[in-house]
Design a protein. Structure first.
Length: 120
């Protein structure tokens, strides 16, 4: 049985990742070392890795499924509106996609994008 898939996100400066995942998404630091940080909230986790070369090559788009998208959006919009993706969706807010999910996205200074998605 698979229990989770955990992305590894590379940064030249881990403080940028911590700002997005901890400061913006409200995750907690579960492990902290100089070149590797594990963050998590509920069942979602991410590994933040200090590696400038890899960070130059890939700025990923990740998704987190949630069952509380309205509350999540309101929380982030109130605390960290600077992290809301400026064009996802155009004009801001939550969008219902053609495949049925409701979603919005946050974006860090290095263009790592995290989409929060609710399938209900």
């Amino acid at each position: 049985m698979f229990s989770s898939l955990i992305p590894k996100v590379f940064y030249a400066d881990l403080s940028v990742g911590l700002d997005l995942f901890v400061g913006g998404l409200g995750m907690t630091v579960l492990h902290d070392s100089p070149d590797f940080v594990v963050v998590g909230r509920d069942a979602a986790k991410a590994y933040l890795v200090l590696d400038a070369t890899s960070a130059e090559l890939d700025r990923p788009e990740l998704a987190i499924e949630t069952d509380s998208i309205d509350a999540d959006y309101a929380d982030i919009a109130a605390r960290r509106p600077d992290l809301l993706h400026p064009t996802y969706p155009a004009g801001g807010g939550i969008i219902r996609r053609e495949y049925g999910a409701r979603e919005f996205a946050v974006l860090d200074a290095t263009t790592v994008c995290v989409v929060l998605r609710d399938w209900s």
